[in-house]
Ligand binder design. Sequence first.
Ligand code: 6PG
Length: 246
Amino acid sequence: MPATRTIEVVPTAADLFHAAAEEFIGAARAAIGAQGRFTVALSGGSTPRALYALLAANYADFAWNRVFLFFGDERHVSPTDADSNYRMVKESLLTKITIPPENVFRVQAENPDAAAAASDYDAQLHRFFQLKPADFPRFDLILLGMGPDGHTASLFPDSEALNEQSRLVVANWVAKFNTHRITFTFPVLNRAAEVMFMASGPDKADMLHQVLEEKKTPPLPAQRVQPTDGKLLWLLDEAAAAKLSR
Ligand code: 6PG
């Protein structure tokens, strides 16, 4: 069943994070009710920090012991580095909730060999989801952001990882940053039961118009996130949605 794409526009960034928190908790309650656990991959960057802080503030007593947290991508840095997505999630969420450490799956991005860090994370996913060799994990929810160049996770335009169809996690050389990033691949993103993009602010408006309303050849990375059997939600504030025609 093709993805059902929903675009939800809310007035302000604060509204965006409240709506995202409700969607997150709603998906978690449904998954825990149905299968006793909730598997979610978190996005990095700056936008989601406020969501994670809101989850910590308003849902500290949620059944976090039933939640299994992964990272959709990670910078090739140590977990204490200012650029680390894990550090951002730890500061905004993990230090403020009671979640068993074994429920948090960190990318070992301190490994100087980025490819080894990626294959180690790939193996962690295979073990956790008990995957057969050619299988892909079906996350209950994957959070994503979108960069001004249309990248998502660490799938950047013109980068190698865009073509990956068999591995779950790869080290992707990002020329513009002169560094590797460790990232989920499209097959993982598109296997999710739900993908929620969050985009806030005027600097995303141009690219959101291109991603959501223009046909691009080749498609922009964020356009290639089309869950084959899942929900696709774009959660935007009005500033980010300013150049959308609808
Ligand atoms: C990362 C993210 C990346 C992010 C976008 C948007 O590691 O940076 O995974 O894909 O979602 O770059 O970032 P902002 O939310 O900071 O604009």
